[in-house]
Design a protein around this ligand. Structure first.
Ligand code: ADP
Ligand code: MG
Length: 348
């Protein structure tokens, strides 16, 4: 083992895959999460379960590690900030705070002259009633949303009452884009103008949950280049360290929009584990632990299927795979509807 220990906040499957990548580099991982059932405990070297606001436990965690990162966005800013005074947190806490908030995130992207969907801040029901222009649209909580949680598709003003929206929360209303395709670009930034970037990945969602990703994305050369340029611009502007994912929409007129930024490794990048010489997870570990940057090379085209809910069952019962197939079971105890249980990558 090397002398390096990486602390990871969050214990989901992204934490598991970061731990596996770190171990390959002989780096020890300690996971800190508030979920005692967290799947990453089966993959990390040490597991600490505690509240994200538990100052004593958080301090003990910090003492044990050399570098700190996070695998999900919704960690209290205060906690990240306090940790950053003790050990380097990458990406830096201020980036997480910006991106955690859908409104701040979209304002930031627009300031770079990068197109986003049309959006408006909604603080109460009255705000909604005059916004016919933004319909059909999607109402999204400004914070704490993922996998479509906290989202309400709205087609008409008349529908609003039947949706039982909790107006104690803050929202944005986004105009629905007539989607032709969704893509994502994953980039790992090491320092000023030093980065590795993966080619755009084409993604299919159902009920706002990612189902399928593939490379190459079937898009024009123009969009291929533009999405990468925008990803580089965003990563540079944030002075980001680590792996970052930009989700894009492409509409029927071939316009590109940034949908959202994920300040972490991303589900659409799981295929990089098998399709590239260095995965998004390994690149993240390399960047946040200040290790050597390696030039990225694609080994194969690939596609990835998320295994949601009981889609995992047949693979657990019969794990036999073809030579070009790779199964990842997240080893979550309980199978739940809409829960990401594993994924299957197929090299092409
Ligand atoms: P999450 O944080 O849950 O990933 P997103 O904002 O990325 O939320 O929305 C999830 C999915 O819902 C998107 O990938 C897309 O398929 C669909 N979606 C969200 N917003 C819009 C929009 N304005 N127009 C069209 N589709 C949308
Ligand atoms: Mg998303």
């Amino acid at each position: 083992m090397s002398e390096i220990t990486l602390g990871i906040l969050g214990g989901g499957q992204l934490g598991s895959m970061l731990s596996v990548a770190a171990n390959k580099l002989k780096i020890k991982t300690i996971i800190y999460t508030d979920d005692k059932e967290a799947p990453a405990q089966k993959f990390c070297d040490e597991f600490i379960c505690g509240d994200y606001n538990d100052k004593i436990k958080i301090y003990e965690f910090a003492k044990k590690v050399d570098f700190i990162t996070f695998e999900f966005e919704n960690i209290p800013f205060q906690t990240l900030n306090e940790l950053n005074k003790l050990k380097t947190v990458s990406p830096k806490p201020s980036i997480n705070r910006l991106i955690q908030h859908r409104l701040a995130e979209k304002d930031f992207v627009n300031k770079l002259n990068i197109r986003t969907t049309r959006y408006v801040h909604i603080q109460n029901k009255e705000d909604l009633l005059t916004l016919e222009d933004f319909l059909p649209g999607i109402l999204k909580t400004t914070t704490m949303g993922y996998d479509g949680k906290g989202q309400y598709p709205i087609n008409s003003i008349e529908e609003i009452d039947s949706l039982n929206i909790d107006f104690k929360k803050d929202y944005i209303l986004e105009k629905l884009v007539k989607l032709k395709k969704e893509i994502s670009v994953i980039i790992t930034r090491f320092r000023n103008n030093k980065y590795e970037i993966y080619e755009p990945i084409e993604n299919k969602h159902k009920d706002q949950i990612l189902r399928h990703s593939k490379i190459p994305a079937e898009i024009s050369k123009k969009l291929f280049n533009q999405s990468k340029e925008w990803a580089i611009l965003i990563a540079e502007e944030l002075k980001y360290i680590g792996t970052l994912c930009i989700e894009f929409f492409i509409d029927r007129n071939e316009n590109l929009y940034v949908n959202e930024i994920a300040p972490r490794v991303h589900n659409s990048g799981h295929l990089t584990i098998n399709a590239y010489n260095v995965s998004q997870f390994e690149n993240h570990v390399r960047a946040v632990c200040a290790l050597k940057q390696i030039t990225l090379k694609k080994i194969s085209n690939a596609e990835m299927f998320n295994l949601i809910g009981n889609q995992i069952t047949r693979y657990r019962e019969n794990p036999k795979l073809n030579h070009n197939q790779y199964l990842f079971d997240y080893l979550k105890k309980e199978i739940k509807d809409k829960r990401k249980m594993g994924h299957l990558t197929i090299l092409k």
